[in-house]
Design a protein around this ligand. Sequence first.
Ligand code: ASP
Length: 371
Amino acid sequence: MTESDQGPLKSSSRRSFLGFGAGLAAIACTAPAGRGAAKERSQEGTVGRRDYPVLIGSVNALPGMQKFYGDLREGAAPLDVAIDVVKVVEANPDDHSVGLGGLPNEDGVVQLDAAVMDGRTHNGGAVGCIENILHPSEVARLVMERTDHCMIVGRGAYEFARLHGHPHTELLTDDARKLWLEWKETHSDLDDRFAPPVEEGKQARNDHGEPEERVTGTIHCSALSTSGEVACTTTTSGLSWKIPGRVGDSPIIGAGLYCDAEAGSAGATGRGEAAILAHSSSALVELLRAGRSPVDAGLEVMARVTRQARRASVWQPGLVDEEGKPTFNLSFYVLGLDGAFAGVRLSGSSEFAVSDPEHGPRLEPTRAYLE
Ligand code: ASP
């Protein structure tokens, strides 16, 4: 794919946002010293700061955006709104990829990963493999704001959350338990378990009676406030049926999310191992810093991920097909300081959620790196 066909997903001819002047005034009053360079660079562009405020994230962020975009427009802090958005899904028992109702690990235990990052302070916090806590995104924020650490995992994360008043919550719903049990009963012919009758099964099966595909998912949300400040969060129950203790990209700052007040914000969902090995979110933000558009940055990192997967396939052949195309998927959500944004997917069609002053909360098609 050449650079010439990597044009911006969004046109720059968007309606002015009423709060534009107020936003600039707020930046002038509150911007920390490090924001100077970003301000200059942004003001050089034709889009300027008219497109504030913006939320971007994975498709499951839409309900939260619909509920909380108004707060961002009214001047709420970007991290507050990003966390409010993802909490809607953390508490939703019908979303099997995050929080309550999330699919468990191979032992049937729901283990959650989450992280937050705040561009205003360039600080981040994360929890990994936390159990029985409904809102790991809030606990990640507590790690950032109430400790000198960036990440707390496992039992320590649970105890830390309890100390701060988070209640013990059973996260394995009956539906998720049945999906897990069906996986357990069907993933091997070499054990003594029988598959449930087809009519009782919850998952689509292939011709061999095996569940059709492994369920994955995560929620990411990046926010750009009326005063041009960025923040982001990513929260997930991770890969279904994972090895207990496995941590994906979501709580790893630089992999599942990253933001910098001088460059922008980004996040990833999909195969966490690929996002970790490419350090994808920090790579995306670095490309923004270098002046690349969000869609260019996304396509560039997808190209890297593809080359890396081809090299890795020497020892892990299933990672790419016979044409060298990765057999997994990955999505990026990229947000520039000027309000330009893009959703980029490794292959195939999909959507991402976005909300800006012009059109409000909606789904948009992602740009695919490979068809
Ligand atoms: N990135 C998540 C993980 O690897 C999973 C996903 O987004 O599907 O844990």
